[in-house]
Design a protein around this ligand. Structure first.
Ligand SMILES: Cc1cc2nc3c(=O)[nH]c(=O)nc-3n(C[C@H](O)[C@H](O)[C@H](O)COP(=O)(O)O)c2cc1C
Length: 404
């Protein structure tokens, strides 16, 4: 990472503002330049003097400062960075950003910027869970704003729950993944991504499906393409818009997905994020099955194991095969077993129980399991997780190409 990468860090008014001081130090240690904006409320929690001393740059707080406007107008301030980070992001600033308000320097920058934005929310649990905050977050996610955290735990107000700002190291890792997204680390790498659910017909109008939205797989295809990879996305039915610069192949059943995957080989990387139905009806009916007043028996047979087949696809095995394990219990234990039985290189484990709310959500919480062990990644938007995964894939591929 060179000094050419620049972060505009907006600190808003919350107790966790002090943690942004550590974040500034970590960024500087990585040679990432940080310019800071403090909201008026933030300046009650940390002083511009401390922030300026740590960032080594002028600190901006006032939208209507004549001196600041002459020297660095608010529009230029919002455009000169590679990434805008809001940490901590107060409930108030999130509400303003979601609604396009621009009545102070921080909110005006968020409205005026043409750069990616990452927020690290921090607040009391009731504030976090309030429907108004959740509505604002959904709007921001829809506007393409990335999020890291919050975590759960002890809060400064004495309560315990969700709302604790993500740790500075987690925010830093997300920032690095987002900055890496502007490179061409995967140029000339061919990638196959599977996504979405499959639909297995029972009769002409009914099918066996699942709740997968395809959001995570689409985000991965997008993130790999953004790093320069030549991406083929093989997807079951979803409502997601096509990722930019990816070839999209639509299928309905697991058998169609397997055939499309085998046809797409050889590739360098395969990421199997699809929620493939384990079973299909042994004999789908040709006509709609009618009610008969009696119970119906549906015989199910197992579908092909796409991840297992790609992991064993000699001589065309991709250099790196990444599987997903959607689990509702013993998440890490089951996913670790799955990595070994399928023979893939990495497994991304996620909790898809009803309480996790992962299916269909814009956010995810994953654990990355490889031959070395388990990495716990913080809660983040599916886009941020995809970017971080793409960056990890790029560094693995780069390592393999220098090892003979
Ligand atoms: C002691 C104290 C702690 C606060 N902590 C938080 C917090 O963690 N998160 C939050 O969203 N608001 C918090 N607030 C409320 C915000 O400071 C307040 O909504 C303020 O208007 C936010 O302004 P800003 O969004 O312009 O920074 C706190 C207020 C006080 C007095």
């Amino acid at each position: 990472m060179t000094d050419t990468k620049r972060i505009l860090l907006i600190i808003s008014g919350g107790i966790a503002a002090y943690k942004s001081l550590t974040l500034i130090r970590r960024l500087r240690e990585r040679n990432i330049a940080v310019r800071c904006v403090l909201s008026v409320a933030a300046a009650k929690f940390v002083t511009p003097l401390t922030v300026g001393a740590l960032s080594g740059d002028k600190v901006y707080t006032d939208l209507f400062s004549l001196t600041d406007e002459q020297e660095m107008g608010h529009i230029r301030l919002s455009r000169e960075a590679d990434l805008v980070v809001v940490a901590p992001a107060s409930a108030d600033l999130l509400a303003k950003a979601a609604n396009g308000l621009a009545d102070d320097l921080a909110s005006t920058i968020l409205l005026a910027t043409d750069k990616p934005v990452l927020i690290a929310p921090s607040m009391n649990t009731e504030m976090w869970e309030h429907p108004a905050t959740q509505r604002n977050l959904a709007i921001l996610a829809g506007d393409g704003v990335h999020r890291v955290g919050p975590d759960e735990g002890d809060l400064a107000c004495g309560e315990i729950g969700a709302g604790r700002v993500a740790e500075p190291d987690s925010i830093l890792a997300t920032i690095e993944a987002m900055l890496a997204n502007t490179s061409s680390d995967l140029a000339s790498v061919r990638a196959l991504v599977t996504s979405g659910p499959t639909q297995e017909p029972i009769d002409p109008v009914r099918y066996i499906g699942n709740r997968s939205s395809g959001k995570q797989g689409y985000a991965i295809a997008q993130a790999l393409a953004a790093l320069g990879a030549e991406v083929t996305l093989i997807t079951g039915p979803t409502k997601e818009p096509d990722p930019l610069r990816a070839r999209v192949i639509r299928i309905q059943t697991a058998e169609e997905m397997l055939a499309a995957c085998l046809k797409a080989l050889p590739v360098d990387v395969a990421v199997c994020a699809a929620a493939v139905s384990d079973w299909r009806a042994s004999v789908p009916a040709n006509q709609k099955i009618k009610r008969s007043g009696k119970s119906q028996h549906l015989e199910l047979i197992e579908n092909p194991d796409i991840l297992g087949r790609l992991s064993a696809a000699q001589p065309n095995r991709p250099t790196l095969v990444v599987g997903f394990a959607a689990e509702t219990e013993s998440v890490i234990e089951n996913a670790t077993k799955k990595r070994l039985t399928k023979g893939c290189d990495w497994i991304i484990a996620n909790d898809v129980s009803q309480k996790s709310g992962v299916f269909g959500s814009t956010h995810n919480k994953v654990h990355v399991i490889d031959e070395i062990g388990v990495e716990d990644w913080p809660v983040a938007s599916k886009a941020v997780i995809a970017e971080r995964l793409a960056a990890r894939i790029a560094s693995k591929i780069a390592c393999r190409s220098i090892v003979p």
